[in-house]
Structures are given as C-alpha cells and as structure tokens.
Design a protein around this ligand. Sequence first.
Ligand code: OGA
Ligand code: NI
Length: 348
Amino acid sequence: MGGIDQAFVQEPEQRPKPSTIEVDGIPVIDMSVSGTGGIEKLASEIGNACRKWGFFQVINHGVPLELRQRVEKVAKAFFDLPIEEKGKAKRDDLNFTGYHDEEHTKNVRDWKEVFDMLIEDPTFLPASPDPDDEEIRTYSNKWPENPPEFRETCQEYCREVEKLAFKLLELISLSLGLPANRLSDFFKHQTGMLRLNYYPPCPSPALALGVGRHRDGGALTVLAQDDVGGLQIRRQSDGEWIPIKPIPNAYIINIADALQVWSNDLYVSAEHRVVVNSEKERFSIPLFFFPSHYVKVKPLEELVNEQNPAKYKEYSWGKYYINRTGSNYKKLEAENLQIDHFKTPESE
Ligand code: OGA
Ligand code: NI
C-alpha cells in the first residue's frame, strides 16, 4: 500500500479527498448590463449568490486588466526583495500599515507575507477598543522605496477597485429591495485597505495554511487571485471545503460580517481559508471595503419587523475593527471578537 506503514492508511471513505475534485463552484456573474431590466437581473443574480454562498466571481467588472497586471508586477518585485529591505516598511505598534510576516489567524501563524495600505490617506480610527475612549487617531501609509513605481501603481489600483466596490454595494442594496444608495453613506470616510498577499512554497502543505479559516470582518472583499489556486470556502450545506477556481482577470467577491448584520442574516459572511503547496508561490490582492469608523452596524430597519426581529445588537465599526486588528499580530488568550458576540437573545 504505497510507501507508508499500513497503520497510517485510512479506510477508503475516511481518506481526504484530493483538492482537485470538480464541484459546482460559486457563481460567475457577468457585470456587463444591457437592455431593459438588465440591472434588476444582475442584482437578482448577486442576491442569490449572497444568500447561497456569500461568495461569487465577477467578469466584465470594469477594472482595466493592464492596471491589474502592473500591480501584480510591483507586488512580486516587492516580495522578491531581501527581507532587510522589506523590513524597512515594517508594521509597528503605532502604525499597522506596511509589511509583515507574522500574522496569526485564530492564534495559528499563517504561511504568508503581506503588505497593507489604507485606501484613504489619512484614515481615521479610534485610538483604542475601549468604548469609553473617544480619542481618534490618524493613520497614514508607509511606502517602500522599491520598486520605485510601487506607490503610484497601488494608489491607482485602489481607486479603480474602489469604484467596483461601490458599484457592487449598489447592486447589493438593490438585491435587498432597497434604494441603490442605501448603504453608500456608511462609506463616506471608509476605513478599508488593500493587501498584497504573498504565499511562499511550503515544505509541509498538509500541516500549515496560508490563512487559517476565518470570516472577513468588514463589509465586502474584492479579491484578485493569480492562477495557482488555494482559496477554499466552506459550503453552507455540508461544511465541505470547496476550492475557488482561478478565472483569469475575474474578481472574487465575498460578503463580510457587516453586510451579514445589515441584511439581518439574509446574506452570509462565509468561512474561508487558503491552502498552500510545496512547489509554487502564490499571490493574491484583496481590497477590504470597510465603513467609516463612526458607523453603528446593526440590521437595517427596512429588513426587520415583529415576525423577523433584529438578530444583532448594534456595534461600532471602528471599535470592532481596532479590537480585531490588535489580535492579528499576536496570540491571544481568547478567540478574537466576532459578530456572534452581538447576537440578540431572540436570535439564538
Ligand atoms: C484574506 C483572504 C484569500 C486569498 O486575506 O482575508 O481570505 O486567496 N485571502 O489570499
Ligand atoms: Ni479572508
């Protein structure tokens, strides 16, 4: 039986399924609209995907391919630099932007390096997670010297992907039966960021993960992945991990926690993770779309009534974010803050 001791061999039905299984994946949605009723049809496809999966891919999304290729190129050039060079733009206790390679998800270290930058510079956030502390802190981006075109390329890319994020937000509002601009005001002073992820080849891909299982905390994530693959989402129906197939030039969109709360659980913020492999390096570029720090996140009034009461108590986005960000760098005693902590007793 292969090269391993029989004692290790599982009964056939217990063996891990090869990750290449072909499954019906998440929907692929064409964003080009034409004809009467085009927008409504698009919104309804998005609504269905948000209910069933919390994930979908979009094509014909309007972000220029040439710009995406340029940002991929600067990301690779940056991560190829010697560690001392990358470390010059390292995250520190006062500023969480920049390079780092010590992120933990659920207290286990991720097999990855990242570079984080704020979409808005400056960005305003609470100074501490303490609810009684009203101090607001101003954050600015840290930039590396090399490659020289890094800053300009990333900034240009942020602007384009942000446009896509706002467009998606409108379609999601429509899909909930609300006016297109219903959610837009929450993002007047948005606190989101762009992250460059680099997953080096891993000698023990069966033991480590690129990113451990988690849900994204913000409103929406707009992610570009390369052709290597590794992102998996947990299927709602049976808890199975489903690989998300790379589609050239598509974006992967996922509903994050605040949208699950605004929709009062109509839409799901799905659990996902990243597996690594022993041969290839992998790059991905998520844009995390976050509300203004002062937004109080709670189920939208239009979506709750007596039969269908609010499933969450309101929480401050800024305090929630700062609380979670603090827990990414270090091991904590307890699990970090999750929206489940704000569930109302009626919803249990
Ligand atoms: C994340 C994430 C997925 C990927 O950074 O939150 O889920 O494919 N990344 O890199
Ligand atoms: Ni994620």
